[in-house]
Write a protein that binds this ligand. Structure first.
Ligand SMILES: CSC[C@H]1O[C@H](OP(=O)(O)O)[C@H](O)[C@@H]1O
Length: 348
């Protein structure tokens, strides 16, 4: 079964089209980006979101910067644009990874047009490779689940990790799509994922498009769901994985992992190798993005909280590797991840 949505990112003739994920599932509208500043704003405002997806969008943003500065005497203006892109969201390492890869190509060229052509080629390669990696990762994850469980079973997922969050197919939701198509899983419990509601608005939409059995719940219901034994695995994505296997992911993941372990459920994290940051020894060093208080004060444009109060709105938290049972990448599955296993896995 293929994911009906191919990708939320489309590059056509020096124009980047982004599916505006703020409007889903009610409206399907695309944002036209012809300048890198538009890409920067689209990442900051979560028109495009998801660790791999923002890396891919930024890669095309670098192309737009090179086009805008083709008459410049140095590449400094492009490097300045890349620095601003890298700051658009601090937690997902895929953003800096993609920008670094594009800068490496840029610095190999002196003439503007060959540089632009090479940058387009590299951005398209980053996009294509992400889709290929996700399909391979999903195969590894689905095969591992089939081997671990005697019969089909239900899983829980958090936030959105599908085609909308990546170059296509998805990571954790890619595993779920592939495992469903193989009869390995028979139901998906989707956490709405406050405050931005990626689960309710995006994951439920993607699973509905694929005809996959699911039910939406508040993440507050997760403990009760785990205690009922309805689900056997919590399957989530990642935004940055430290050298020891600690995982930065959407806020609430850490709480879910604790509850899952308490009830004997197992935790699977799915991410491409581009999400690993071996320069960071453990999760305590991963920058956690804090977003606007208004994301908690308003729902659908209506204020739901009193005026004059404060809000705490971290977009991510850190799940220690000790709470993770399987880490799935395009290179395979790391069971009970730790520093040594990750070093051996990533260097392959
Ligand atoms: C496939 S990575 C998706 C990852 O990104 C999400 O965060 P956001 O929606 O804020 O970009 C969430 O952490 C997902 O696990």
């Amino acid at each position: 079964m293929c994911t009906p949505l191919n990708s939320a990112i489309d590059w056509q003739g020096n124009t980047l089209w982004l599916l505006d994920q703020r409007a889903l599932p009610v409206d399907t509208r695309w944002l036209e980006c012809t300048h890198v500043d538009q890409v920067n704003e689209a990442i900051q405002t979560m028109v495009v979101r998801g660790a791999p997806a923002i890396g891919i969008a930024a890669a095309y943003g670098v192309v737009l910067s090179a086009i805008a500065h083709r008459a410049a005497s140095t590449i400094d203006p492009i490097i300045d644009d890349c620095a601003r892109l890298a700051q658009s969201r601090p937690t997902a390492v895929n953003l800096q990874w993609a920008i670094d890869r594009m800068l490496g190509v840029l610095k190999k060229h002196s003439a503007p047009q060959p540089a632009i052509d090479a940058l387009v080629h590299e951005a398209e390669a980053i996009h294509r490779e992400d889709i290929e990696n996700n399909l391979t990762l999903a195969e590894h994850g689905a095969a591992f689940l089939a081997q671990q469980e005697p019969a089909s079973f239900a899983v829980m997922t958090h936030c959105n990790t599908g085609a909308l969050a990546t170059g296509g197919h998805g990571t954790a939701l890619g595993i779920i799509q592939t495992a469903w198509s193989r009869g390995v899983i028979d139901h998906v419990v989707v956490n709405e994922t406050r405050p931005w509601m990626q689960g309710a608005r995006l994951t439920a939409w993607e699973l509905q498009q694929s005809g996959i059995s699911m039910a939406l719940q508040t993440e507050g219901a997760a403990g009760l769901t785990f205690s009922s034994g309805k689900t056997r695995w919590l399957i989530v994505g990642a935004d940055r994985i430290a050298a020891n296997g600690d995982v930065a992911n959407k806020i609430g993941t850490y709480t879910l992992a604790i509850a899952a372990r308490h009830h004997g459920m197992r935790v699977m994290v799915a991410a491409p190798i581009s999400t690993f940051d071996l320069s960071i020894p453990d999760g305590s060093h991963i920058p956690i993005e804090t977003r606007s208080e208004d994301e908690l004060f308003y729902q659908g444009g209506t204020r739901i909280a009193p005026d004059g109060i404060r809000a705490f709105n971290p977009a991510f938290d850190i799940t220690p590797h000790t709470l993770i049972d399987a880490l799935v990448t395009e290179q395979g599955v790391i069971e009970t991840p730790c520093r040594e296993k990750i070093e051996n896995h990533v260097k392959v």
